[in-house]
Design a protein around this ligand. Structure first.
Ligand code: COA
Length: 307
């Protein structure tokens, strides 16, 4: 059954509901975009290929449509540009996050979640993408992913059913059985159009791993107590929280190390990277200096875990 509200209306409604909160919390906005720059589907494919996306790849992207200028054919042209770049053997994925911001009665999250109807706040491109009849969406109330292509079914299967990892979005969001773990395992191509690394959802995968790696290193008889202190869906507590400023520092470091590359797509900056080396580098940086990268509470807790 198709959602009753149009993609453009739903995307605008979600944007209007999250942007004031995002701005208040210090998120940098998307790039302004130059409407005099026209971009076609073919131009999008070329820009992605120039950035290193190959036929047969799996790609995940975050986006701002307006940052590209005037996209001939709108959100659909961007989606088709990605599909052309990876070809029939490839897979394209977008974050279709939902229900996270502004949800006050968190314990009732399942009442607010419909895999068909719940719109995403990640923009018009992901909202248009997830509505395509061939798109598959993973079944998670806040951190779903939608995908089209050869490995779409494998990528979106069983989200949060096994390998649970406690986290503020619930133990399933970044579980071992989740698209986010598969992005890492498959070393997918990861890119951002007109937005910076503050928008990387994978930062939360990194945070989740920092917590659970610290627990795994602790003596077996202390692990239960350490886990009980970790923040969960309806419970505050210890979290590795990598702040917005630190995400920009990370972007600079990744670019310096050659892990992140800058390109152009229309009037927007295209940031691209391979997933695994970026995540590995971030985990190594944060484990080396948790007090700099993460919350104070986490740094103390991690020290205790290691003692
Ligand atoms: C919030 C966000 C999507 C806003 O970017 P945006 O460019 O303003 O909005 P969208 O990508 O939804 O695109 C819609 C806008 O494109 C513009 N637009 C419409 N058709 C267009 C076209 N053919 N060509 C270019 N721009 C067009 C319109 O201005 C429209 O905004 P409006 O509906 O308010 O009028 C962006 O800042 C962002 O954060 N993107 C990443 C989100 C994400 O993945 N988050 C992950 C976790 S934090």
């Amino acid at each position: 059954m198709a959602p009753s509200e149009s993609a453009a209306r739903a995307a605008r409604r979600m944007k209007d509901s999250v942007e004031p909160e995002a701005a208040a919390s210090g998120y940098m906005d998307h790039e302004p975009g130059d409407p005099s720059v026209r971009v076609t589907q073919g131009g999008i494919t070329d820009a992605l290929r120039n950035a290193g996306l190959r036929a047969g790849d799996t790609v995940l992207f975050h986006s701002s449509l307006s940052s590209m200028g005037t996209v001939v054919g709108g959100a659909d042209a961007v989606i088709d540009g990605f599909l052309d770049a990876v070809g029939p053997a490839g897979t394209v994925a977008v974050p279709t996050l939902s229900n996270w911001r502004g949800l006050k009665d968190r314990h009732r999250v399942w009442d607010h979640w419909s895999i068909v109807d719940t719109p995403t706040y990640c923009g018009l491109i992901p909202e248009t993408f997830r509505r395509r009849p061939e798109a598959l969406r993973s079944n998670h109330y806040t951190h779903s992913v939608s995908a089209i292509g050869l490995r779409a079914a494998e990528l979106t299967a069983n989200h949060g059913e096994t390998g649970l990892r406690e986290a503020p979005w619930g133990p399933g969001a970044f579980a071992a059985a989740s698209p986010w773990q598969r992005f890492y395992d498959w070393n997918v191509f990861y890119c951002l159009i007109g937005v910076n690394c503050q928008r990387l959802t994978m930062v939360h995968f990194v945070e989740t791993h920092l917590i659970h790696r610290a627990i795994a290193r602790a003596a077996p008889d202390r692990r239960k107590d350490l886990l009980a202190q970790v923040s969960g869906w309806t419970r505050g507590g210890i979290w590795a929280g990598i702040g917005l400023k630190k995400r920009l520092v990370a972007e600079e470091l990744f670019a310096e190390k050659g892990l992140l590359h800058y390109g152009i797509i229309g009037s927007a900056r295209l940031r691209s990277m391979r997933m695994r080396p970026m995540v590995d580098a971030w985990i190594a940086l944060a484990e080396n200096d948790p007090a700099y990268w993460c919350s104070e509470g986490f740094a103390r807790w991690a020290e205790l875990a290691a003692s």
